[in-house]
Design a protein around this ligand. Structure first.
Ligand code: GSY
Length: 185
């Protein structure tokens, strides 16, 4: 259920940033996606600060997730997220290394897809607390759909709620989590 009859497909996106103004990078990316006619941002997660996974000698990330309604098929949605990454100046220097913005399509309806460009569900979805914890905010049935155990303690698995004064989930429309978003003041 998206509440957007012309944007019938439901997709979940994971976003991460560990270069520059990380929070601003995330929020700009969500805004740029929401500006497109073919995409409605239906729900956004809290923002989390997360220890780097993979290549660990890099700054901590901020991660979040969102649920979108879209009329774009998967390949076009991928182009849309790559376009946002490009516009926000993402430069790929080190593989698995620091990045201004990273946007992954995690799920698209119930679709299973394996092409050179895109694998759905995202192949490392169930291994990554920095993906699963934000995803749970916007996907209430996540734990029944995926047999994963997510640490519910703040700070567990290297994932901590990020306290922010500028992030207003309601800016992006309906959000189930706006009442839970921590505020510094
Ligand atoms: O795949 C996303 C980029 N990435 C991240 C990330 O977003 N968060 C954390 N905590 N570690 C990561 N390692 C990589 S690569």
């Amino acid at each position: 259920m998206t509440g957007h009859p012309n944007l019938p497909n439901i997709a979940y996106l994971g976003l991460g940033s560990n270069v520059g103004d990380r929070e601003s990078n995330l929020l700009q990316a969500v805004r740029m996606l929401a500006e497109r006619d073919e995409i409605a941002v239906v729900s956004v997660s809290k923002i989390y600060e997360t220890d780097p996974v993979g290549y660990v000698e890099q700054p901590a990330f901020l991660n979040m997730a969102c649920r979108i309604g879209t009329s774009l098929p998967p390949a076009s949605l991928l182009q849309a997220v790559l376009d946002v990454e490009r516009k926000l100046g993402r430069v790929r220097t080190v593989r698995w290394g620091p990045r201004t913005i990273d946007i992954d399509i995690l799920l698209y309806n119930e679709l299973k897809l394996d092409t050179p460009e895109l694998t759905l569900p995202h192949p490392r979805l169930t291994e990554r607390p920095f993906v699963l914890v934000p995803l749970r905010d916007v996907m209430p049935d996540m734990e029944s759909r995926f047999p994963v155990k997510v640490d519910h303690n703040d700070g567990g698995n290297g994932v901590r709620v990020w306290t922010t004064t500028t992030f207003k989930p309601e800016e992006f429309g309906h959000s189930e989590n706006s009442k839970d978003t921590p505020k510094a003041d």
